[in-house]
Design a binder for this molecule. Sequence first.
Ligand code: N2P
Length: 350
Amino acid sequence: MQATGMRGIAIVAAICLVAVGGWSCTSNRGPKQELNLFAWSEYVPQSVIDGFTRRTGIAVNYETFSSNEEMLAKLISGAQRYDVIQPSEYTVAALIKEGRLRAVDWSKVPNIKNIDPRYTHRPHDPQQQYTVPWMAGSVGIVVNTDKVTDDVRGYRDVFQPKYAGRIVVVDDPREIVAWALVTLGKGPDEVTPATLAQVKPLLQQWLPLVKVFDSDSPKTALLNGDVDLGIVWSGEAALLYNQDRKFAYHLPVEGAHLFVDNLAIPADAANPDAAMAFMNYILEPEVSRLISADFPYTNPNREARKLLSPAELQNPASYPPGDPKLETFGDIGGAAVQIDKLVTDIKAAG
Ligand code: N2P
């Protein structure tokens, strides 16, 4: 999907003149600039992209992905060069290790000061050299309480034969395997041939019960009444809750993933200055608040949070009350391939 800011291109082109030997431009912005953004689907409001183009004249090409692994594969293939990508914490760690990110020049991104210090210098970027936190969130259980009256608080509660054909989950092997690992008392990063052999029988019971695998918009199957419960991104659950209070969100008792999604610049980016201008723009409190309005995840921008309404801050999926058991993921290196194969094979066996 591409959402090129064509208006931005037109405006910049209109004030440029063909001169002998090439293009010259009367604008102090120089020749046409662009930003190639590769980000999760349903995560970057069009209003934010348009606002950035209006402000800077930089046209944005927005291409989407549905998982970290999909993003990595495209990035590494080199088929396309990107200026800004949006990896989760564990993928940031892998990218830094492989030297695939370019350090941010913080003098060009002074708005980083708006980020709550709880979301900087985290283990995936301990020196805070490469990343700008975008949104954090969790992966938890959503229940249509009109249809499901039992208390569904853990993964084992979701994956019961009586819910066969009534479940939606994100289509994300790393997440799915983590649910099985923590159910067996292991950590989400404890991925070895031995632990994968242990989770396999559990996943063989669980996955055939799932009706819909959808990472882009798992809320849709719930809203349409195609399914009655699921395991989804917290922002999707927050949107469901806003739509109808019958959709309850619970963080699984066994433990859940706290993801921290970030903007980062690939080492080979062609337009790093445009990338840093974009980073700085989305860190403005008024802009960040627009992101929360459309995609109500946990906003790590302290100044933006001050602008959110009490209703936004009280949404239990966006800002879970209490002290839930949440854990970030770490880089598991090549084991990611085995995870992918395990889940793909079980899904195919039906
Ligand atoms: C946005 C998906 C949230 C990203 N559509 C989970 N890391």
